[in-house]
Ligand binder design. Structure first.
Ligand SMILES: Cc1cc2nc3c(=O)[nH]c(=O)nc-3n(C[C@H](O)[C@H](O)[C@H](O)COP(=O)(O)OP(=O)(O)OC[C@H]3O[C@@H](n4cnc5c(N)ncnc54)[C@H](O)[C@@H]3O)c2cc1C
Length: 381
């Protein structure tokens, strides 16, 4: 059956597979540039990593290659009202990475010196006194840290939905509960088969998150991407005690307090993922060690109740930076996946890069490090 027989619109310029942040942002930027876009989402938009993450809008601590993209994305986060007509729930709270020992602080100092030498000045070393001014309830053993004052956080589902609505206002067609099954290049068109029939368009965007590897392989661009789970937990409400998002140099931690008083605890807490049944698997033992970190750093939280925990499914690359770029083997195909636990912040710029690749064949940002064929010599299982 063809989509138009099912009462669906036909004939797009671009099909986007995946309604996470990167697919939704791609649909927005493409539609904004005048392209006719059809987005196919297997379940519902923001169902997976993009809707269940910690909402950290963090340029702090990024891989060198990601910094230009992360900073360009942060600029868009700050300008969301003019870009999409909605602030996407972004709050500019700053982000702080703390050091608990002099050795950790030395390591952070070396990092900031390296960044400065590369011309990046957004990460700033703060001493113990400044840390306490930023987060007065932090334990006194904290010796300093790195501070980025224009980082922040957002509510993931709200941010992605704001992009989706903006894309739809510009004419992008979103089809939820419409999993792409196979992709095939026939003549100058991509043909994407779904339970609703075959969608076709000259351009295809692979933004299927932890499921992208299959489409990359179908296009001849097999990559060693591994799906995995990541966990978060949230506490009961407590009186306000901290504004910025906190991370730690020496142990996994991402920590913030919402306006309603609840505290979100995460920070790269890996767990299993069942990619076929499409869910992450919460590991309560690991969560308890993370809870310990929080009470070490904020002793006044001892005894606080965790009220909810969950796990999302993410696409991890061996070098922990994403794949963003044109296919090396198939024409008119763009990949955007493998964000390895830090792709939420990159959402606004990720879609812009995809739209530049589709419409101009190149990006204004340096994306060579994210090439899909950088693993050419690595065996793919
Ligand atoms: C618990 C957790 C905490 C995190 N915290 C942060 C953070 O604080 N800051 C940060 O920057 N990043 C964070 N991340 C990472 C971030 O959430 C992801 O990198 C980002 O959301 C990836 O977006 P995406 O669009 O590539 O993938 P996804 O959000 O996974 O979207 C892919 C979509 O494709 C759909 N799909 C799959 N297969 C098909 C198919 N066959 N047909 C159609 N659609 C399909 C899926 O249903 C899904 O909706 C976190 C992730 C997790 C899981």
């Amino acid at each position: 059956m063809r989509p138009e027989q099912a009462g669906l619109p036909r004939g797009s310029d671009v099909i986007v597979i995946g309604g996470g942040f990167h697919g939704t942002s791609s649909a927005f930027h493409l539609a904004r540039a005048g392209a006719k876009v059809t987005l196919l989402e297997a379940e519902y938009c923001a169902r997976h990593a993009s809707g269940v993450n910690a909402g950290g809008v963090r340029t702090l601590g990024r891989h060198h290659a990601e910094i230009p993209l992360a900073r360009a994305s942060l600029d868009l986060w700050h300008r969301l009202p003019e870009l999409i007509g909605d602030d996407g729930s972004f709050v500019c709270s700053g982000q702080l990475q703390i050091a608990e020992t002099p050795q950790e602080l030395d390591k952070l100092r070396r990092r900031v010196a390296e960044l400065n030498a590369l011309g990046f000045t957004h990460e700033v070393i703060v001493d113990a006194q400044q840390v306490r001014e930023i987060a007065p309830r932090l334990a006194h053993h904290v010796v300093g840290g790195i501070w980025v004052d224009d980082d922040g956080h957002a509510v993931p589902y709200r941010a992605v939905t704001a992009f989706r609505h903006a894309a739809q206002r510009l004419g992008a067609q979103f089809h939820e509960a419409t999993p792409a099954r196979t992709i095939e290049r026939v003549g100058n068109q991509w043909r994407v088969s779904t339970p609703l029939g075959v969608f076709s368009a000259p351009w295809l965007v692979n933004a299927a998150g932890a499921w992208s590897g299959d489409f990359a392989a179908q296009a001849g661009d097999a990559v060693p991407m591994k799906p995995g789970g990541l966990m978060l937990m949230i506490t009961q409400r407590v009186p306000h005690f901290v504004d910025p998002v906190l991370g730690a140099a020496g142990r996994p931690l991402s920590f913030k307090q919402f306006a309603n008083g609840t505290v979100l605890i995460g920070g790269g807490l890996r767990c299993g993922a069942d990619i076929v049944r499409r869910h992450g698997e919460v590991d309560f033992l690991k969560l308890s060690s993370s809870a310990q970190t929080v009470t070490d750093l904020f002793p006044h939280l001892a005894g606080i109740n965790v009220v909810r925990a969950w796990a999302g499914v993410e696409a991890f690359m061996p070098d922990e930076i994403p794949v963003i770029g044109l296919s090396r083997h198939a024409p008119q195909l763009v990949h955007a996946f493998g964000f390895s636990a830090h792709g939420f912040e990159l959402g606004p710029i990720g879609g812009k890069i995809v739209s530049e690749l589709v419409l101009e064949g190149r990006s204004t940002l340096p994306i060579a490090p994210f090439a899909v064929d950088r693993f050419a010599s690595v065996a793919v299982h």
